[in-house]
Write a protein that binds this ligand. Structure first.
Ligand code: SF4
Ligand code: SF4
Length: 346
């Protein structure tokens, strides 16, 4: 019963936030924060982790969350590295909820235990995403169904938050058919599931080969119950290597705040605009809302695309006015590398 009540309450909050995002253009819908870059794994395709960094002190993280709340942010996703390695993750989730924001984490799941899941319940986490890359571990990824199966069962039994299992197609994943097995298992456990499209090690988008396309079609036939169903057309185009026409609102509606507290467009466009969150203003939000991103056509950052749906129908983007030298980095131009799918990290 506790689960049902929490689910209904969560849904009501999310619907209210979505309605507010339609009515009001000048606040971030989603911010991704990195409380530590360190990870316990070393996936071959990942460029978002290190093996040595220390956790950002809790006081600093709470100040960043407060700042995001002051900017009107609706939802926070904590990623990494591996966020469950941060000793104060629960306190961050509590602060998000106290400030009225929807809370979520992206994890590789290795640190989940019954006791850890109960603590996440107590902190009132809203969403958890766990990414599973293959059925058996290999040199590309240790995020495998066999190793994570006990964690999935604990989540099914104990989690009062929503769980999404992300499987992947493309890039260096050896057996694309594994994504179907992962998605089926997610359904059996009553989780939502989603699929991420990844690139090769140079970050370049490639159209699927025949085998990958067959898996992608199989996943579509199963029907998505995850939130990626809302940007299916984006994924369809990417699977065929076709560009998407959309307006990326990164830096305004979607923020990526790294471990140093700098705001970037996204995990794959770090350095732009590169402004400290503490100094980020409504003028910055307004400027980036109107700034076209040259990397948009082949972007696979699912969360930025989903957020953009709130505004794609309005407010055409124009080039931003010139900035003072050294003030911020320039917006990515037409030659910028397409992003790898952040949905994969963790
Ligand atoms: S890579 Fe995607 S999310 Fe990032 S700035 Fe470019 S278009 Fe936006
Ligand atoms: S993808 Fe996630 S689990 Fe893998 S190395 Fe990167 S941060 Fe760690």
């Amino acid at each position: 019963m506790n689960r049902l009540i929490r689910r209904a309450h969560r849904l009501a909050r999310v619907v209210t936030k979505a309605a507010w995002a339609v009515v009001h253009r000048r606040h971030p819908i989603l911010a991704q924060v990195v409380p530590m870059r360190r990870c316990n794994l070393a996936c071959a395709y990942c460029n978002e982790y290190d093996t040595t960094s220390r956790p950002v002190p809790l006081e600093e993280m709470l100040a960043r969350l407060d700042k995001l709340a002051d900017l009107g942010t609706s939802m926070i996703t904590v990623s990494g590295g591996e966020p469950l390695m941060h000793p104060d993750l629960d306190a961050m989730i509590v602060r998000m909820r106290q400030r009225g924001m929807v809370s979520s984490i992206i994890t590789n799941g290795y640190y989940l235990s019954p006791e850890r899941i109960r603590r996440l319940n107590a902190a009132r986490l809203d969403y958890l995403q766990i990414s599973i890359d293959n059925v058996e571990p290999d040199e590309v990824s240790m995020k495998s169904l066999r190793l994570l199966e006990p964690k999935l069962k604990w989540l099914a039994d104990l989690a009062e938050f929503s769980v999404n299992v992300n499987s992947v197609v493309g890039g260096g994943i050896k057996a694309p058919e594994d994504a179907l097995v992962v998605a089926r298992r997610a359904r059996e456990l009553a989780f939502t599931s989603s699929v991420g499209i990844i690139h090769d090690g140079r970050g370049q988008l490639r159209a699927f080969d025949e085998r990958q396309m067959a898996v992608y079609r199989g996943l579509q036939r199963m029907g998505s119950r995850g939130d990626t169903r809302v940007n299916r057309i984006f994924q369809e185009n990417l699977a065929h290597g076709r560009p998407n026409q959309w307006r990326c609102r990164a830096g305004a509606r979607y923020l990526y705040v790294d471990e140093a507290g700098l705001v970037h467009y996204c995990s794959q466009q770090r350095g732009t605009p590169g402004i400290p969150l503490a100094q980020y203003t409504r003028d910055d939000l307004r400027r980036e809302y109107d700034t076209p991103k040259g990397c948009a056509p082949y972007c696979t950052v699912n969360c930025a695309q989903r957020v953009a749906l709130f505004d794609n129908w309005r407010s055409p983007q124009e080039a931003a006015p010139a900035r003072a030298p050294g003030e911020t980095a320039p917006a990515p131009g037409p030659g910028a590398s397409p992003a790898r799918d952040r949905a994969l990290a963790n």
